[in-house]
Design a binder for this molecule. Sequence first.
Ligand code: HEM
Length: 147
Amino acid sequence: MLTNTLRIAGAAVLAVGLLSLNTARADEPDLDAFNAFGGKPGLEKVADLGVEKLRADPRIKARFAGANIPHLKMELAEQFCALLNGPCQYTGKDMSSAHAGMGLHDADFNALAEDFQIAMTELDVPFRYQNVLVAKLAPMEKQMVGK
Ligand code: HEM
């Protein structure tokens, strides 16, 4: 009787364990990436260095001349963190309003992606985790192009 009860309890624990494993799986690649970046502080470094690369890039630096740089870095770190399912909420403008009137083109996005990839490589973020973030950012382009 006791053995049976233990067996049932054991099976229940296993079932709950498997269930929680299952629900955790959906976010796993994002959370792995979030951790590989070094959490929010690591993403702040990426935002910081990435924006410095943008400001030094002759192709696009003029676009950032009048920008509030500390604010931009802060919003980007928050956005990256939220995109990777970290414990953050993005509190900035939506992408369409944030870039309204800028007349952004494909070439601007390619330059920005390159600069951030250089920053992430310099910060030793493994390539496969760089790709997780880039894959989240790429589809956002259509909200900004031609605005
Ligand atoms: C997927 C691509 C991009 C993402 C995720 C992104 C993200 C952001 C975010 C989060 C903000 C801050 C919004 C706020 O202040 O509430 C912002 C602002 C801005 N972005 Fe982007 N952006 C992207 C592409 C670009 C490109 C290609 C350029 C130009 C080359 C650009 C130039 C700017 C500028 C100039 C600001 C305004 C900064 C200011 O005045 O404070 N962005 N962007």
